[in-house]
Write a protein that binds this ligand. Structure first.
Ligand code: GTP
Length: 187
């Protein structure tokens, strides 16, 4: 996760990438609009905002939803400049989406120094979605450091573990819990 936090305004730009239909829009919709989108509408580019108080600071997240379609491979990178965090998403019930994001995203993750891994289900648990964005926020305001000091007593961060070195991401593969998790995020 690449993090460059504006010290004065606490504004973060978070870009969400991953294969088509892996659940990016649902993730953002649940977090920013507190509702689950029942109908699938393919995204080209979409922006969401959310503001909240975190660790006695006012945080404003500006979240960029991108298309997972290869048709937009050339325009997607236009979203990356100035981002504080890039969420590399995959669908835990579709291993091909993990392979794909690892192929496309591992060099990006290495380049930017990915720091955390989280699972969530937008459909069944808003809390798990909040976990993802809380960790993204923690890492952002910690200037890219993984959320170790936060991982203990706070249930909200329980699911979060350090991302292993990229070569270990697939082996062992993340546990598949099709009933609960849909979207997973490597930050
Ligand atoms: N069961 C389940 N389905 C989900 C979940 N999140 C998204 N979906 C479904 O997966 C489909 C795709 O979701 P989107 O969020 O639109 O996927 P996307 O990654 O934004 O897709 P693109 O715009 O094509 O890149 C939709 O039918 C959603 O209802 C989830 O957590 N659980």
């Amino acid at each position: 996760m690449d993090v460059e936090m504006g010290a004065k305004d606490n504004r973060c730009k978070i870009v969400v990438v991953g294969d088509t239909q892996c659940g990016k829009t649902a993730l953002l919709h649940v977090f920013a609009k507190e509702s689950y989108p029942e109908n699938y509408v393919p995204t080209v580019f979409e922006n969401y905002t959310a503001s909240f108080e975190f660790d006695k600071q006012r945080i404003e997240l500006n979240m960029w939803d991108t298309s997972g379609s290869s048709y937009y491979d050339n325009v997607r990178p236009l979203a990356y400049p100035d981002s504080d965090a890039v969420l590399l998403c995959f669908d835990i019930s579709r291993p091909d989406t993990l392979e794909s994001i690892l192929k496309k995203g591992t060099s990006l993750a290495r380049q930017i120094g990915a720091v955390a891994y989280a699972e969530c289900t937008s459909r069944y648990s808003e809390n798990t979605v909040c976990d993802v964005f809380h960790v993204a926020t923690v890492v952002s305001i910690n200037h890219g450091r993984p959320p170790i000091p936060w991982a203990g007593p706070q249930p909200i961060l329980k699911r979060i573990s350090h991302q292993p070195p990229p070569t270990h991401i697939i082996d062992p593969a993340p546990k598949v819990r099709k009933d609960r998790a849909k979207s997973c995020v490597i930050m």
